[in-house]
Design a protein around this ligand. Structure first.
Ligand code: DAH
Length: 340
């Protein structure tokens, strides 16, 4: 029996160091130490050994087990060092390769201008409010002092869903919705998409964006309107810009005015953008018509207010020198990437 154990030791000394990968080592572990392996067999035969011999054989058997385990452990260490080295080799990273460029997006020019408008007015204490794009005739027209058959409706050819429901033609409808829900003081701007049944050309599109403004309180005067829009124009187009208020007509304001700014491109010397006049029309405005205040249940003797409305596309075209409104909607990256 002792002889068999010594043979086993010799066999392990030969076989284990020859194993050159972890799978082979596992195979040898099963072979030498497994339940059906030679060591187990030998130990099962211990019953036949005389009591005097038993401690000696037991000692050699233990030494054999320890030896085999040690050989396996040493070989495992050697092999796994080699294996991880070769896997490092296989997975080596070439740090000199050029990186993969990340495409960073940028805001759409209309978003840039809209954000700027919102920042200026929130800085002046206005709150941003939104309303639905599908409106009723009441909110889009009648409450704004545009009854059926009013000639102003001609400018607002719209997309009708029913006789009474349409895609809104102006964000002014949000004035009414807001005033219905709160009492003065009201100080809001309402940005959003509007629709008109216009043929598409360089300056027209069926879908565009407006920002509506409304301020109602006691003792609001035309001077407040002028001051507010003058500050807006200077922040938007530069401190040198001056404003002028040209009498105009809107059904929902009285008096009404269109606001022109001095041409910031030619300093009023006359250029293509201001068409030689030195002035550029930028928005519509006026004092809220008493009928509009009454339509929402406000006391028009006690309260007064001003309102204004501007086209985001128009302002963006002026600011960035864009001469065709269609460029905003074509999603041509060569155009859009210029606004980083
Ligand atoms: N709603 C007008 C338009 O679409 C713009 C406008 C003009 C709004 C004057 C106003 C205003 O609130 O006072 O052309």
């Amino acid at each position: 029996m002792t002889q068999k154990l010594l043979e086993l030791q010799a066999e392990a000394r030969d076989a284990v160091p020859a194993a050159n990968n972890s799978a082979d080592i596992e195979e040898l572990r099963r072979h030498f130490l497994g339940k059906k392996g030679p060591l187990t067999q030998i130990l099962r035969g211990m019953g036949n050994v005389t009591p005097e011999e038993r401690p000696i054989v037991g000692k050699i058997a233990n030494e054999t087990r320890e030896l085999i385990e040690q050989l396996l452990a040493e070989q495992t260490e050697r092999v796994s060092a080699r294996e991880s080295e070769s896997s490092f080799d296989a997975e080596r990273i070439d740090v000199t390769l050029p990186g993969r460029a990340l495409n960073v997006g940028n805001r759409h020019p209309l978003t840039i201008v809209l954000d700027e408008i919102c920042d200026i007015f929130t800085g002046l204490g206005f709150e941003i409010v939104e309303g639905p794009e599908v409106e009723t005739d009441w909110y889009n027209f009648v409450a704004l002092n545009i009854p059926p058959d009013h000639p102003a409706r001609d400018d607002h050819a719209s997309f009708y869903i029913t006789d009474d429901v349409l895609l809104r033609t102006e964000t002014s409808a949000v004035q009414i919705r807001t005033m219905e829900q709160r009492q003065p003081p009201v100080r809001i701007i309402a940005p959003g998409r509007v629709y008109r049944r216009d043929a598409v050309d360089r300056t027209h599109c069926h879908t565009f964006h407006q920002v509506e403004g409304l301020l109602v309180d006691e003792h609001v005067t035309f001077a407040d309107l002028k001051g507010t829009l003058d500050v807006f124009a200077k922040r938007m187009f530069g401190e040198r810009v001056r404003t002028t208020f040209r009498p105009h007509y809107f059904p929902f304001t009285e008096p009404s005015a269109e606001v022109d700014i001095s041409c910031f491109l030619c300093d009023q010397k006359g250029c293509g953008v201001c068409k030689g006049s030195g002035w550029i029309e930028v928005l519509g405005s006026g004092m809220v018509h008493p009928k509009v205040l009454e339509n929402v249940g406000y006391d028009s003797e006690k309260y007064s207010g001003f309102a204004f409305g501007m086209g985001v596309e128009r302002l963006a075209m002026l600011k960035f020198g864009i001469d065709d409104i269609r460029l905003f909607y074509e999603n041509d990256l060569r155009f859009l990437r210029q606004f980083r």
